[in-house]
Design a protein around this ligand. Sequence first.
Ligand code: CA
Ligand code: CA
Length: 198
Amino acid sequence: MTRILALTVLLVACNSSPEDDVIDSADDSGAAAVETCDNGVDEDGDSLIDCADDDCAGDASCAWPLAIATDITLAFDANALAKLGGASDCTTRVTSDMDVLYPNDCAECDRIYTGTLAYPSDDCPADPNGPRPTTGKYGVVFTSATTWKIYWVNQGTWTEMGDATDDGSTYTYTANEPVNYEGTEVGSLATTAKYSAL
Ligand SMILES: [Ca+2]
Ligand SMILES: [Ca+2]
């Protein structure tokens, strides 16, 4: 009897394939790996990440863009510029094609994006605080089909910028805000920011 049991154990061991081992180990942990569709990680090991993985077909997050184009115009008024070393109204336009960035370090945001900034037109004086930034980073909350809430990094902290509303193919944010210098309001800045899926 002992020899028969030993032979049975040996046959079972020989019939165990690598696939069985994978299934067994998954069973041992309680569940097989499931692809999460918005984190930039290939959880189930099929080399397909997030929306590229068939497991994410139909997932809501895959309806969101993986890349966006930004086109932002900053228009300063002359009063503000006189105090900052400039003499007349001026406009800086800054654009960027941005890709989704992982990990998402903006707790409020559905996604964050980053990209290299370009300045297709810029007739404003140099910033006394340093050169123009070369990299941009934005966060987005997909509030509804027609509204994105935009976040940006202000002095190291993610800060809500405001709502960008769909005007057909582009989400647009506009604002006209005071410019303060050394605690005094010296003028205003009109911002028009456009975001669209790539
Ligand atoms: Ca994933
Ligand atoms: Ca995968």
